[in-house]
Design a protein around this ligand. Structure first.
Ligand code: 4NP
Length: 159
């Protein structure tokens, strides 16, 4: 058996968008029976919330759609992640710039924007942290759409 494809989702704090991406994508991978072939984690570019559970609002809105992320804990992305993961998938342009600066010259991981896998014309998953409830719904809408596209593209590699 070939080794699993390893995917790391990254946002700023690792308490709103990237744990939501981890929860949504994990559920889709399990539904497709691909949980032994695709390994998933998430991290933040900043260290503000290391060790914390995801934001309560993010958990609540995710739970309403059937996603559980209560057991996840925030961590900060590190240079070793570029060798551990095949894909590092970021939520916005600021995450992309920060990781391009951190990326070792001969890194294994491909850096991509989450919404490059999305049907929507949006380019970024907007940061919901300082906003209202609608921001968390928008994050879920975009991540569900992009997770379908990401799963499709990884399944082509697994064939
Ligand atoms: P996230 O959201 O990057 O989607 O996890 C944020 C969480 C925390 C902060 C900013 C964004 N913060 O400034 O603490």
């Amino acid at each position: 058996m070939t080794s699993p494809i390893k995917v790391l989702f990254v946002c700023l704090g690792n308490i709103c968008r990237s744990p939501t991406a981890e929860a949504v994508f994990t559920q889709k991978v399990i539904a497709a029976g691909a949980q032994d072939k695709i390994l998933i984690d998430s991290a933040g570019t900043a260290g503000y919330h290391i060790g914390e559970a995801p934001d309560d609002r993010a958990c609540e809105f995710a739970a309403r759609r059937g996603y559980s992320m209560d057991a996840l804990r925030a961590r900060q992305v590190c240079t070793e992640d570029f060798d551990r993961f095949d894909y590092i998938i970021v939520m916005d342009q600021a995450n992309l710039s920060n990781l391009q600066a951190l990326k070792p010259k001969y890194a294994k991981a491909q850096l991509t924007l989450m919404l490059s896998y999305c049907e929507s014309a949006a380019q970024e998953v907007p940061d919901p942290y300082y906003g209202g409830d609608q921001g968390f719904e928008t994050v879920l809408d975009l991540l569900e759409d992009a997770s379908d596209g990401l799963l499709n593209s990884l399944q082509k590699l697994l064939k």
